[in-house]
Design a protein around this ligand. Structure first.
Ligand SMILES: [Zn+2]
Ligand SMILES: [Zn+2]
Length: 341
C-alpha cells in the first residue's frame, strides 16, 4: 500500500492499514505527535500472510508521516478487537513503549488465549437459542483469533475513563464507551472538539453489537455511549474505519435511529407468536447468511432482544424442548412487572 501523509488536524496523523477481509479491508491508526514525542492510537492486525506480519506496512505508514516508530512513547488501544490490537505486542517490542488499555480488556485477552472455552460457550448459547446442531459446528468454526494477534501483551496502564494526557499538541480525555466492546474507549480533545472514536462511531457503517453468554445489555450500553458522544458535539470524528467526518452528534443520532428501527422490526416479528432468536435472525437479516456472518447476525439479534427484555417489551419463555423463545409482552404483564419494582 502507498502511504501518503494524512494530517486531518495539526499533530494528528491518520495511518491507513490493510486488512485481509473482503468486507473490511482497512483500519485506521492515529499517530499523535508533538515536540514531546509520539503516541500511537491502535496499530492494526497481525497478519501471518503479510510481510513481517504486517509490521512492515505499519512502519511504512509511520515513516510516511515523517516520524518514527522508535519515538512512540505509548500505544493506546481503543478496543482489543484483532483489527485494532493484533499488532500491539510487536509495536511494544520494537518501540519499547507503554501499552494503555481499558481495564476490562483483560477479559478479551483471556478469551483470545482460550479459544476452546470461548467456542464451547458460544455453542451452548446458540443451542439455547434454537440453532440446530449441524449449523452450530459451522457457525463456531471461526472463534480462534490467535493467528491474528502477535502476542497477548497486557496493559502497562489500565484505564477506566476520565484520565487525561497530552499528545499531538493538545489534551485528550479518555471516555469509556462500552457497547461495540465492553472495554471500548474514545479519546476526546475538547480544545478543537476532536473525537478519536475507534469503532464506536463510524461514518458510513454501523458497528456490530455482539452478545455473548453472560452479557447483560450491550445495546443499552451502546445507546448510552452514543448519547455521551452526541452531548460532546464533536466537530471532527476520526474513526477506526473509513474517512474522518464532521458533526459527530448527527452521526450518533442517525446510528441510534438505525437501532430503534431494528428494535421495532423485532417487536413486530414476535408480536403474534413466540420465536427463537435463530428464527428472528432469519426474519430480520434474511436466511441466506453463511457461517461467520450469520453468527454475527445472531449475536446482533440477541443484543437487541436483551435490550427489549430489559425495558419490558419482550419476554423470554422456555419451550418444551428447552429452547428459549421470545414473545411480545402483553400490556397486562408489563403493568404487573411495573408494580413489582
Ligand atoms: Zn471492533
Ligand atoms: Zn474495527
Amino acid at each position: 500500500m502507498r502511504h501518503r501523509r494524512r494530517e486531518p488536524a495539526p499533530g494528528v496523523f491518520r495511518l491507513v492499514l490493510p486488512l485481509p477481509f473482503p468486507g473490511l479491508d482497512r483500519v485506521n491508526a492515529y499517530l499523535l505527535h508533538d515536540d514531546e514525542g509520539s503516541l500511537l492510537v491502535d496499530c492494526g492486525m497481525w497478519d501471518p500472510a503479510a510481510e513481517d506480519g504486517g509490521f512492515a506496512e505499519l512502519r511504512a505508514a509511520v515513516d510516511g508521516t515523517g516520524h518514527s516508530i522508535e519515538d512512540i512513547g505509548a500505544l493506546i488501544i481503543t478496543h482489543a478487537h484483532i483489527d485494532h490490537f493484533g499488532m500491539a505486542g510487536r509495536v511494544v517490542e520494537e518501540a519499547g513503549c507503554e501499552l494503555w488499555m481499558h481495564e476490562a480488556a483483560r477479559d478479551q485477552l483471556e478469551m483470545y488465549g482460550d479459544p476452546g472455552t470461548l467456542a464451547e460457550e458460544m455453542r451452548a448459547m446458540l443451542a439455547d437459542h434454537g440453532v440446530g446442531p449441524d449449523e452450530i459446528g459451522e457457525l463456531t468454526a471461526f472463534e480462534d483469533w490467535r493467528p491474528f494477534v502477535h502476542s497477548l501483551t497486557g496493559a502497562t496502564r489500565r484505564l477506566e475513563g476520565g484520565e487525561t494526557f497530552d499528545a499531538g499538541g493538545r489534551t485528550w480525555t479518555v471516555i469509556h464507551t462500552p457497547g461495540h466492546d465492553l472495554a471500548h474507549i474514545c479519546l476526546w480533545a475538547s480544545d478543537d472538539r476532536i473525537l478519536i472514536s475507534g469503532d464506536t462511531l463510524l461514518g458510513s457503517i454501523t458497528p456490530h453489537i455482539d452478545f455473548r453468554r453472560g452479557d447483560d445489555n450491550p445495546l443499552g450500553d451502546y445507546l448510552a455511549s452514543l448519547a455521551k458522544i452526541e452531548a460532546l458535539e464533536p466537530a471532527l470524528v476520526l474513526p477506526g474505519h473509513g474517512r474522518p467526518f464532521e458533526d459527530g452528534a448527527e452521526r450518533a443520532r442517525v446510528t441510534a435511529r438505525h437501532h430503534d428501527r431494528r428494535l421495532g422490526a423485532i417487536v413486530q416479528v414476535v408480536r403474534r407468536e413466540p420465536h427463537t432468536a435463530s428464527e428472528i435472525t432469519n426474519e430480520i437479516f434474511g436466511d441466506t447468511l453463511l457461517n461467520f456472518e450469520r453468527r454475527l447476525a445472531i449475536g446482533e439479534a440477541l443484543a437487541h432482544l436483551a435490550y427489549l427484555r430489559r425495558n419490558g417489551e419482550v419476554e423470554r419463555i422456555e419451550s418444551e424442548d428447552k429452547k428459549f423463545l421470545y414473545k411480545k409482552k402483553s400490556r397486562r404483564a408489563r403493568d404487573i412487572d411495573d408494580d413489582d419494582q
